[in-house]
Design a binder for this molecule. Structure first.
Ligand SMILES: [Zn+2]
Length: 307
């Protein structure tokens, strides 16, 4: 009897452990496979996939996603006023490198800079927003109305620059009622899939699907890597991408109703981004939401939510 009980207990422990172990191995195999497939893609193939999405987006779009492309050399003069992360931030004479908190001397991390395009109304179109980390919910945000290469000043006293990635715009096609394509289930606990979820894009853009199927049997896995090359794997997380415009996609608490602290009018959602360099500045998976007031565009806010 005791022997039977011992055998039963052993089975109860060993079987789940074996299943978990196998799932872990299967996960690693899937990640390795998508990494190999991504690396074997030519630059032209990747560009063609992104063009498929962007061209469909021109017929109607709610938001833009910024897709990272590695740059070979340090920040060039032309890139310094464009969207990028890593490398050096845009700054002008009189700026200083911010610190992580008022009472600290430790330099903040340069997180991202985003050049707002003409999908934004006045006074936002053409503005450059630069964000540094801060040990608070609010990050350090600087906004330049008319950034210019000739006014760029390289700030001193910052940390060693991280590898630089340019951010290229891809218009995301606005999805019709998702019930029409048989997808009503929520993802990450939200209602419906996001327009830029690789599963949605693959299902609704036949030409994109064909392009991907030439390289893989799992097109959504490979597309996730194409959209977020710095997080090359098959997973899709909010923190991997930069979403420009549209509605904010909250990790949990909805901060709808965020008002300007100067005029108390509702602020406009500008963009959101996560730990793009794969670091843990936002607690591994957090997202920063950037809002601005149309009446006070020089003082946007960047607010972090962590998982
Ligand atoms: Zn205001």
């Amino acid at each position: 009897m005791n022997t039977d009980l011992c055998s039963l207990c052993a089975a109860l422990l060993i079987v789940p452990a074996a299943i978990l172990g196998w799932m872990n191995i299967a996960d690693r195999i899937r990640i390795r496979r998508v990494r190999l497939q991504y690396r074997s893609l030519s630059s032209e193939s990747r560009q063609q996939m992104l063009r498929c999405i962007d061209e469909a987006g021109r017929a109607g779009s709610n938001c833009t996603v910024l897709v990272a492309a590695e740059v070979a050399s340090p920040t060039s003069n032309a890139a310094v006023i464009e969207s990028h992360y890593g490398g050096m931030p845009y700054a002008e004479a009189g700026d200083v490198w911010p610190t992580v908190a008022e009472d600290k001397t430790e330099p903040a991390d340069f997180l991202i800079q985003v050049r707002l395009d003409d999908t934004f109304p006045s006074p936002w179109s053409g503005r450059l927003i630069v964000i540094f980390s801060r040990r608070e919910i609010d990050q350090t945000v600087r906004c330049y109305a008319t950034p210019a290469c000739e006014r760029w000043t390289a700030l001193a006293n910052g940390p060693t620059p991280q590898r630089e990635w340019l951010l290229n715009k891809v218009l995301i096609p606005k999805q019709p009622g998702l019930e029409e394509v048989g997808m009503t289930r929520s993802r990450h606990g939200r209602d419906g899939y996001l327009d830029y979820d690789p599963v949605v894009l693959v299902d609704t853009l036949p030409q994109l699907n064909t392009e991907l199927l030439a390289h893989t049997k799992r097109p959504a896995d490979l597309l996730a890597a194409v959209l977020a090359p710095n997080h090359c794997g098959y997973g899709f997380e909010l923190s991997h991408l930069v979403q420009l415009g549209g509605d904010p996609v909250w990790l949990h608490a909805d901060l709808e109703g965020l008002d300007c602290e100067h005029c108390h009018r509702p602020m406009r959602f500008l963009f959101q981004f996560g730990d793009l360099n794969g670091g843990s500045v936002f607690d591994d998976g957090g997202v920063c939401y950037v809002f601005g007031c149309d009446n006070h565009p020089d003082q946007p806010r960047g607010i972090v939510q962590v998982p």
